[in-house]
Ligand binder design. Structure first.
Ligand code: PLP
Length: 385
């Protein structure tokens, strides 16, 4: 027990996350686990060898704050090729400890006490606590319907003189929605002539299906000039445990992010940076990712065709929402728990991501799993009536 009893929590509302809860329940019941947002298969052995080689070659001391130049160069080349936007590798790129750190750095660098930050719900769970830790106020806008369309007029109505930042996520966790070009253009029009910073979480940028295109904030001049774009190597290269990512932003914004980076971690794992700098020279590694995951999505959807669950196929990410409203009207958290305890299958109830825990009778399944796991899960789903 702590001798210190007089302190107040900086995150008083924060509870154990649903991911921890479901993960533990899944382990306790030996359940098939489609709740966790990461692959249950291995990263490329070549990439592992490159990290090992970098360690053996002696790259074991601090890297530069923004990341090694070779990796920043590769990141700039990738964005230039895909989105026709040229960032300055010396002033506008930072390699981070996963996208989560990039998000936290951007929020900490710019959100002052009393500032408002517009967050589209459902949302990844790190945004709101990061805003609150910095004294900001999350202003929540629920995306509409079971396919999560953004009502840009509602977003516009939420903009006030206190709005410092707006956060988007495309492709979107948990819905699998991909923002259209029209979405991005509407956002661009909305932010024109404002001082609002756009924080664009694009960690699933390469996991996109059915010939759709990822519309990065980098590709829209009116967005790129105010955007911090965050990306994750963990999501792209099947190694979420390495916690490597990056952000890009205009030089004036990046200079502020560096001030926080310097006192936060200073720099991130050096040998892994060496490895990614080499690996990114082969764009096929990330360009094929959409096809790779589309096969998994399609396989999963085909396997569950004869179940009572209904799906709107995910447009991107490695998450598929399943609608269970024809089976039961139970609250999604209760139903997700029962799926584990009675059927041995773990998922995530979508209400935990929504504004006011809106329950639309949907569960999120992560299909970044081996085919055996997908088959096992589908066999279970067939029994749920
Ligand atoms: C939308 C979104 N943003 C950010 C992250 C975190 O990325 P990283 O593991 O690179 O920190 C995740 C991981 O689940 C995510 O789903």
């Amino acid at each position: 027990m702590s001798a210190v009893t007089q302190f107040s929590s900086k995150l008083p509302k924060h509870q154990t996350s649903i991911f921890t809860v479901m993960g533990k329940m899944a382990r306790d019941h030996g359940a098939v686990n489609m709740s966790q947002g990461y692959p249950n298969f291995e990263t490329d052995v070549r990439l592992k060898d490159l990290v090992t080689k970098a360690m053996k070659d002696g790259y074991n001391q601090y890297a530069p704050l923004a990341g090694i130049p070779q990796l920043r160069e590769q990141i700039v080349n990738k964005i230039e090729a895909l989105h026709k936007k040229t960032y300055d590798p010396n002033k506008e790129v930072t390699v981070t400890d996963g996208a989560t750190q990039a998000l936290f750095l951007a929020i900490t660098a710019f959100v002052q006490p009393g500032d408002e930050v517009i967050v589209l719900k459902p949302a990844y769970d790190s945004y709101e606590p990061a805003i609150e830790l910095n004294g900001g106020k999350p202003v929540l806008v629920q995306m509409k319907g079971k396919d999560y369309e953004v009502d840009w007029d509602e977003v516009k109505a939420k903009i006030s003189s206190k709005t410092r930042m707006l956060i988007i996520n495309t492709p979107h966790n948990p819905s699998g929605k991909v923002f259209s070009k029209r979405d991005m253009q509407q956002l661009e029009a909305l932010l024109r002539d404002t001082d609002i910073i756009l924080l664009s979480d694009e960690v699933y940028e390469h996991i996109i299906f059915d010939e759709l295109q990822h519309h990065s904030a980098s590709a829209f001049p009116g967005l790129a000039e105010r955007a911090v774009v965050c990306a994750s190597f963990g999501k792209t290269f099947h190694n979420t445990g390495w916690k490597m990512g990056y952000c890009v932003a205009p030089a004036e914004l990046m200079a502020e992010i560096w001030k926080v980076m310097e006192v936060n971690v200073f720099c991130v794992h050096h040998p892994t940076q060496r490895a990614f700098a080499e690996y990114l020279k082969t764009p096929d590694h990330y360009l094929q990712l959409g096809n790779f995951y589309q096969q998994k999505r399609d396989r999963f959807l085909e396997l569950i065709q004869d179940t009572a669950f209904k799906a709107i196929p995910a447009q991107g990410t490695y998450f598929q929402l399943l609608d269970y409203s024809e089976i039961t009207q139970e609250h999604d958290v209760d139903f997700a728990r029962r799926l584990i305890t009675e059927y041995n299958l773990a998922s995530i109830p979508v209400s935990v991501f929504n504004k006011d825990q809106l329950d639309q009778k949907q569960l999120r399944f992560c299909f970044a799993k081996t085919d055996e796991t997908l088959v096992e899960a589908a066999e279970i789903l067939k029994k749920v009536r």
